[in-house]
Design a binder for this molecule. Structure first.
Ligand code: FMN
Length: 324
């Protein structure tokens, strides 16, 4: 499938995740086979105000390959303006290959502002937002949706068609409602229904945590591509695992040493961008996922949680390699 000029071969995409899908995670996942990644969500309004923190989140490295920038907002003209500002990338950084609009975020603060998944209450507004955004850039515009706001209002087909009518180039769909947050299992039937209705590519998302789940998602939905979120936190290897399964190649899971060294490499990338003071506390949750299956995981986690410098984290993980 293609998103604008970007050709996807295996169709494996890293999901946008606030607090996670920064350059460090994107590059790490890319090195294991993610073909396309999406930034953490960025407020369109904050972009138009020139907010510095927002600009930092929107930075894309030259070494990153295909990265889409995700915006959230509710006003067509503000999203269009933010798109115009961001289409060339943050000054001194690489441009995104697409603009993705967040229409799935369930968080109260966002929803109560009429943003994220609240947009699914108004398919006409979805169409107007996409049309305005498409009119503001030569980049492809994609949309990320949920199944609906709640089980009584499952309207992903209608919303996806509204986005298509507005000129969207692809839709990513997380098969849960806003109310479900992350409970239960992503509904593959809804994803399949949306896929049948659309002319543009559909990216299936939700609960892909193994090659078996990935293949099941493709088989049950007919989706053009797969988007992986939580399953890639501390586990970028999932992209290699799925890629191997799709090509019928035998897959060898990473050793303890490879996992620990990969966690450290991801941390070094984060430190490069954010410095130790920010990167180390942020990395704790990710490292906990990297080492989850290690012998003595609780103790290693405690040591990592106490660490305030790279060398302390490195020491804890190297001890873990020795003890495993
Ligand atoms: C910590 C966290 C942060 C997220 N942030 C975003 C975000 O910024 N934009 C977005 O569209 N979705 C966001 N999501 C939703 C994911 O992109 C994805 O749709 C969801 O996690 C389901 O996929 P998964 O089961 O593969 O994790 C976030 C999810 C998590 C767990």
């Amino acid at each position: 499938m293609r998103i604008g000029n970007t050709e996807l071969k295996s169709g494996l995409i890293l999901a946008p995740m606030a607090g996670f899908s920064d350059r460090a995670m994107r590059l790490t996942c890319r090195s294991y086979g993610a073909e396309y990644t999406v930034t953490e969500m960025v407020s369109a309004k904050a972009v138009t105000f020139g907010d510095k923190k927002t600009e930092r989140i929107a930075r894309i490295g030259d070494d990153e390959g295909a990265v889409a920038l995700q915006l959230f907002g509710s006003e067509p003209d503000v999203l269009a303006k933010a798109t115009e500002i961001m289409a060339g990338g943050v000054q001194g950084y690489a441009p995104p290959v697409a603009i993705d609009i967040n229409m799935g975020c369930p968080v109260n603060k966002i929803f109560s502002n009429g943003e994220g998944s609240a947009l699914m209450r108004d398919p006409d507004l979805i169409c107007r937002i996409v049309r305005a955004t498409v009119g503001a850039t030569d980049l492809p515009v994609t949309v990320k949706l949920r199944a609906g706001v709640d089980r009584e209002h499952i309207n992903a087909v209608e919303c996806a068609l509204a986005a298509e009518e507005g000129g969207a180039s692809a839709i990513a769909l997380h098969g849960r409602t806003r109310v479900e947050l992350y409970s239960g299992r992503a509904d593959r039937e809804i994803i399949a229904n949306v896929n049948k209705s659309l002319h543009i590519p559909l990216i299936a998302n939700g609960d892909i945590t193994s090659a078996a789940e990935a293949i099941d998602m493709l088989r049950t939905t007919g989706a053009d591509a797969l988007m992986i979120g939580r399953g890639a936190i501390g586990n970028p290897f999932i992209f290699a695992e799925i890629k191997a399964a799709l090509s019928g190649i035998e897959y060898t899971p990473p050793s303890v040493e490879e996992r620990a060294e990969c966690a450290l490499a991801e941390l070094r990338l984060a430190i490069e961008d954010k410095g130790e003071r920010v990167a180390i506390p942020e990395a704790r949750g990710r490292i906990a996922m990297y080492i989850r299956a290690f012998r003595g995981a609780a103790q290693i986690r405690a040591a990592v949680n106490r660490a305030t410098s790279y060398s302390e984290v490195e020491y804890a993980l190297h001890q873990a390699i020795i003890n495993n």
